[in-house]
Design a binder for this molecule. Structure first.
Ligand code: AMP
Ligand code: GLY
Length: 420
């Protein structure tokens, strides 16, 4: 099977690594990829938001199966375009990807099937949004409706702060994404990410993870795309998982089918759990980054069979074989991230790291020139390890981190603290 993966982050490196563990994978191309991916697969420069260009590339390269990594091409309809061209594709249609691309759409779907989530209001003008905020209590959550690269959510501690956030959003701080705003009740509890493969109405739980969104140790400082993750998430007990499936995921997926826009792909279910009751925080239409790194290291070769079964509508016959293991990933980011960060610094020591089914250094934002690896993104590497216990996985991941020689980078030293 010839496979094309779209994307260039740690998530796509992990997807590529897992695909290569499977003997079914004959040829693997990742577009655009990064320096780490280039060490294991062919990388191609391609505008992955241009469905026509991707379809043409796939045809020229005899591609049988396309895996779409990030949300932007999904929202732009690239999966639709590829399916029209007759390709087998893992990833939802643009209509189904609205579960990520529009927060008010997701709230509407939850309303239609009574899925537990935060109470909310949806506004297209600032005065009405601010009147709603003033009539309620703080803290309160203000969200830009559209895709804002993970930055469009403001947890406001005071009414004034919430009103200022509304003005910022309608003032264009998040571009078109902020033309509509959702105001939500602030939920308390513990967060977890639940990953479910969906092909229309069959839902197959793939695994759970917990992310660390804040940049600093002890969950301090600004939000990031994720500074580390571990899997499984202890808060996702069997009972919580069952409730999340029965009360949230399955009813929402049935509602999507009813509307003529069935979901196909991985559904990233962001949950807030309090007293054993899960409530939906958000859906994403793709794997999380860095959650994908820990999931792929645990799943190994079967990941390819599972995403292919999902794309081909065979999930009712598929099964996930979980080992009783743990994985943990530590993100190394460039100094300054998530603000303006240093670009182009050299990373040394990567060639001395262990590389086996227990340790993989996934690359997220790197390029290679004249044999040197340099940092080009905010999140640059994800040191990912697996072990019989979370402590073992963590020790292995940090031993990889400590072997990297990169003075311009940093990481959190407390990934996994809540579970340990
Ligand atoms: P989102 O992009 O919707 O996942 O929001 C980013 C983060 O903001 C989430 O992971 C939560 O930590 C937090 N968050 C979002 N909505 C709420 C809410 N209604 N109550 C509490 N925290 C929230
Ligand atoms: N790590 C969170 C995300 O991928 O959205």
């Amino acid at each position: 099977m010839n496979i094309l993966i779209l994307g260039s982050g740690g998530r796509e490196h992990a997807l590529a690594w897992a695909a290569l563990q499977n003997p079914k994978c004959d040829k693997l191309i990742v577009a655009p990829g990064n320096a780490g991916i280039a060490q294991i697969a062919e990388c191609a420069s391609l505008d992955i938001l241009d469905g026509g260009a991707v379809a043409e590339f796939a045809s020229e390269n005899a591609i049988d199966f396309v895996v779409v990594g990030p949300e932007a091409p999904l929202a732009a309809g690239v999966a639709d375009r590829l399916r029209e061209a007759g390709l087998s594709v893992f990833g939802p249609s643009a209509a189904a990807a609205r579960l990520e691309a529009s927060k008010s759409f997701t709230k509407e779907i939850c309303d239609a099937c009574n899925a537990p989530t935060a109470a909310y209001g949806h506004f297209t003008d600032a005065d009405a949004a601010k009147a709603h905020i003033r009539a309620g209590a703080a803290p309160v959550v203000v969200k830009a409706d559209g895709l804002a690269g993970g930055k469009g959510v403001i947890i406001a501690e005071t009414i004034d702060e919430a009103c200022a956030a509304v003005d910022d959003m309608f003032g264009g701080a998040f571009g078109g994404a902020g033309a509509e705003v959702v105001i939500e009740e602030f939920m308390t509890g513990e967060e977890a990410s639940f990953f479910v493969l969906v092909d229309g109405d069959t839902c197959l739980p793939l695994g759970t993870a917990q992310d660390h969104k804040r940049v600093g140790d002890g969950d301090t400082g600004p939000n990031t795309g994720g500074m580390g993750a571990y899997s499984p998430a202890p808060v996702m007990t069997d009972a919580v998982t069952q409730k999340a499936l029965d009360e949230i995921v399955r009813p929402c997926m049935a509602e999507m089918v009813k509307r003529g826009t069935p979901y196909q792909g991985v559904l990233f279910v962001g949950l807030m759990i309090e007293n054993g009751q899960p409530r939906l925080v958000e859906y994403n239409a793709r794997f999380g980054d860095p959650e994908c790194q820990v999931l792929m290291l645990r799943l190994g070769a079967q990941a390819l069979d599972l995403v292919q079964a999902c794309a081909e509508g065979r999930l009712d016959q598929a099964q996930v074989n979980w080992a009783d293991d743990h994985a943990l990933t530590v993100v190394l980011a460039a100094d300054g991230y998530p603000g303006d960060y240093v670009k182009g610094s050299e990373i040394k020591g990567l060639d001395k790291l262990p590389e086996d089914s227990f340790h993989v250094m996934f690359h997220a934002g790197t390029t290679e020139k004249d044999g040197k690896i340099t940092a080009t993104g905010g999140r640059v590497l994800a040191a990912t390890a697996r072990g019989a216990t979370l402590q073992e996985a963590r020790d292995r991941a940090y031993s990889m981190v400590d072997a990297v020689d990169w003075p311009e980078g940093f990481c959190r030293r407390d990934i996994g603290w809540r579970a340990l």
